[in-house]
Ligand binder design. Structure first.
Ligand SMILES: Nc1ncnc2c1ncn2[C@@H]1O[C@H](COP(=O)(O)OP(=O)(O)O)[C@@H](O)[C@H]1O
Ligand SMILES: [Mg+2]
Length: 241
């Protein structure tokens, strides 16, 4: 049996900042195994980003239990939460969120500075990470000198450079054309599972979701379906190498 990375039990999140409370997540239970690749789908406002923020320890639920890599997340204080997040979670966003004034290599190396890795080790690992996403030779390019797909690959290399257990991607192909989206999904498919990396991807595109092994659908803060995609129905990329 696959080992569990994440266990959510009856998680709820209500936003009270507005005049009427918004129940963004209502008693969600979910477990994620090491090495799983999951798509989260659902209409706008259904709670997808709230769920991602909680999974990534950027936000805490106001009810329920959350265990991540054997730790009780709800019992951690702010600093411990930040530590767990930096060590165990990588994030990828729709708009890449690269530093415009930094080269591809500098962008990829940034998380290692915060993690206290030595300069030569950062350079070596950063180059390796760029090669892993098919960008060897682009180390000194700035984001504006790279295509959207290449920028997203830099962002993926950056997210993985500290070897997290979980990669969270909120609409990673939302700004990309169909062909480039397929390339990014092939890449994520190639990278997931190695070293037990679990990947959770928010998308509204069925094509994108079909690269995953499991699809979770949210409506109004509730999981309305959670299905495994048979191996034979999964889209398979060609890889990038
Ligand atoms: N910081 C916030 N304050 C108040 N309401 C919020 C906040 N963030 C999200 N919401 C509300 O919570 C619900 C779920 O939002 P979200 O998780 O962003 O959905 P999705 O990513 O599926 O579009 C929406 O109704 C949204 O308006
Ligand atoms: Mg969202």
């Amino acid at each position: 049996m696959k080992r569990t990375l994440i266990e959510l039990n009856n998680i709820s999140k209500t936003y009270l900042s507005t005049s009427t409370p918004v129940h963004a997540l209502r008693s969600i239970s979910l477990s994620i195994a090491k090495g799983e690749m999951i798509a989260v789908m659902g209409p706008s406002g259904s709670g997808k980003s709230t769920l991602m923020n909680i999974l990534g320890c950027l936000d805490v639920p106001d009810q329920g239990q959350y265990r991540f890599a054997g730790q009780d997340v709800m019992a951690l204080d702010k600093d411990q939460l930040a530590h767990l997040r930096n060590k165990l979670v990588g994030f990828v966003f729709q708009n890449f969120n690269l530093l415009g004034r930094a080269t591809a290599l500098e962008n990829v190396c940034l998380p290692m500075i915060y993690a206290g890795v030595s300069a030569p080790e950062r350079e070596r690992t950063g180059r390796e990470a760029l090669a892993m996403v098919g960008l060897a030779g682009r180390e000194h390019h700035f984001p504006t000198q790279l295509s959207g797909g290449q920028q997203q690959r830099v962002a993926i290399a950056r997210a993985l450079v500290n070897k997290p257990g979980l990669l969270l991607a909120d609409e990673p192909t939302g700004a990309l054309d169909t062909k480039t989206s397929a390339e990014i999904m092939s890449l994520l498919q190639e990278l997931h599972g190695g070293n037990g990396l679990s990947v959770v991807i928010v998308t509204h595109e069925p094509e994108v979701a079909n690269y995953c092994q499991r699809i979770i659908r949210l409506i109004d803060g509730v999981i309305v379906s959670d299905e495994l995609i048979p191996e034979a129905s999964q889209l398979k990329g060609m890889g990038i190498h």
